[in-house]
Design a protein around this ligand. Structure first.
Ligand SMILES: Cc1cc2nc3c(=O)[nH]c(=O)nc-3n(C[C@H](O)[C@H](O)[C@H](O)COP(=O)(O)OP(=O)(O)OC[C@H]3O[C@@H](n4cnc5c(N)ncnc54)[C@H](O)[C@@H]3O)c2cc1C
Length: 142
């Protein structure tokens, strides 16, 4: 399936494709300030696909996905939920099962962006720094 809003990621994908194999240290201890080569805000369709692609390229522990949601929903199925052919539960999978295992899932809400200093802050006050950032926080549906 091709998502039309993935086109906004093209410039980022191009920049990321130029990344070399330089490695950065990152703490394995969640709850502390951490650094990643790539931080993806949001683990929905866009963020999940981006994290999968770039964690394959960059290796284990180089990509972080920050998302507080425990469930990942396949939203196109919601038309069938509205039509009574599927249930909402059928459109969801656990976030853990869809995110790439080589990426680090930080189960937090991002509350602040500091693009000049290459870091985001989370609701609990942690500071997550990055070399590259993809924001895929979706829309607020009503
Ligand atoms: C009813 C319906 C039918 C659709 N049908 C189609 C279709 O047929 N074909 C098609 O191509 N597209 C379809 N779409 C559109 C497609 O589902 C969306 O474009 C796609 O899901 C958007 O993906 P996303 O990653 O941008 O956002 P989402 O999948 O919404 O993910 C956003 C994620 O960001 C997280 N987040 C939000 N705020 C924060 C924050 N502050 N910090 C950290 N994380 C945060 C959320 O928890 C969520 O997990 C449909 C959508 C709907 C609603």
């Amino acid at each position: 399936m091709k998502f039309s809003n993935m086109s906004v990621l093209q410039p980022v994908k191009k920049s990321l494709s130029t990344l070399g194999q330089k490695y950065f240290s990152s703490s394995s201890c969640l709850g502390a300030d951490q650094h990643f080569r790539l931080v993806v805000v949001g683990g929905g369709s866009g963020g999940c696909a981006t994290a999968a692609k770039f964690s394959r390229k960059l290796g284990t522990g180089k990509v972080a996905v920050i998302d507080p949601a425990t469930m990942h929903y396949y939203q196109p199925m919601w038309t069938l939920v509205g039509g009574g052919l599927k249930t909402l539960e059928q459109s969801g999978k656990s976030m853990e099962s869809v995110l790439p295992s080589s990426a680090t899932w930080i189960k937090e809400k991002v509350t602040g962006f500091q693009p000049e200093e290459n870091y985001v802050t989370t609701e609990s006050g942690d500071k997550i720094s990055y070399d590259f950032l993809v924001v895929a926080a979706g829309l607020q549906l009503r």
